[in-house]
Design a protein around this ligand. Structure first.
Ligand code: C5P
Length: 222
């Protein structure tokens, strides 16, 4: 089974995807990681984020193992890391170089310990449209920028990170702007995606609703 969960920054896609991966015994691919890895490599190697050729070079050299290694760097999940990811992800050449790694995961999905899984949950922006248009169930999860910023702020605080709500909101809006208002924006729901506005929903409500939808689809598919 392949499920895609797309939507804007801090919409709760990660939490939902991990819960679903656990429930249905599926591997998980957070596709934002490929762009975060390239963004972080640019920062670590003192590259100008506007240097498209260098960003493409880093993307071309990125392996799955290297991406996992980079993910333990504290900057990987920081606001700075998110902005860097958002900038490099706007380069078509970077996206093209990272396409195979993302697509191939569905052919050979593995858990974190390397054991084989029977399917995958993709989490990102374009996983239902570009990475895996053949997915069995597609979701597009969204909420207002204010609610998403509050959720991300709470996450930072829970991790003991220094954060201000106002700064997180500015960051969320800047990323929305960059992710949406550009030619060939990756952030649009697939025609067959189920759109979930979670502004007034708790994590548990979202999870219960999504599980109902998936179970119904699976029952219909036999
Ligand atoms: O989801 P996350 O916040 O980790 O993604 C980091 C950045 O990577 C996003 O702001 C977005 O610009 C980019 N991204 C993308 N396509 C994806 C996943 C993430 O362009 N499938």
């Amino acid at each position: 089974m392949i499920i895609t969960v797309d939507g804007p920054a801090a919409a709760g896609k990660g939490t939902l995807s991990l819960q679903l991966a656990k429930k249905y015994g599926l591997a998980y691919f957070d596709t934002g990681m490929v762009y975060r890895a390239v963004g972080l490599l640019m920062l670590l190697n003192d590259r100008d984020l506007g240097d498209v050729a260098k960003a493409e070079e880093e993307a071309g050299n990125l392996s799955f193992v290297k991406m996992m290694e980079l993910s333990s760097n504290p900057e990987f999940r920081s606001s700075k890391g998110g902005q860097a990811a958002s900038i490099v992800s706007s380069y078509p050449g970077v996206r093209a170089k990272l396409l195979d790694m993302q697509k191939n995961f569905a052919k050979n999905p593995v858990f974190a310990d390397g054991s084989r899984a029977n399917g995958v949950i993709y989490d990102g922006r374009d996983t239902g449209t570009v990475i895996c248009p053949q997915a069995d169930v597609k979701f597009f999860v969204t909420a207002t920028p204010e609610v998403r910023a509050k959720r991300r702020y709470d996450e930072f605080v829970a991790k003991g990170m220094d954060a201000k709500y106002e700064d997180v909101l500015v960051d969320v809006k800047a990323r929305d702007d960059r992710d949406t208002n550009r030619k060939d924006s990756p952030m649009k729901p697939a025609d067959d995606a189920i759109i979930l506005d979670t502004t007034d929903m708790g994590i548990e409500d979202v999870y219960n609703k999504v599980v109902l939808i998936i179970d119904e689809k699976m029952a219909k598919a036999g």
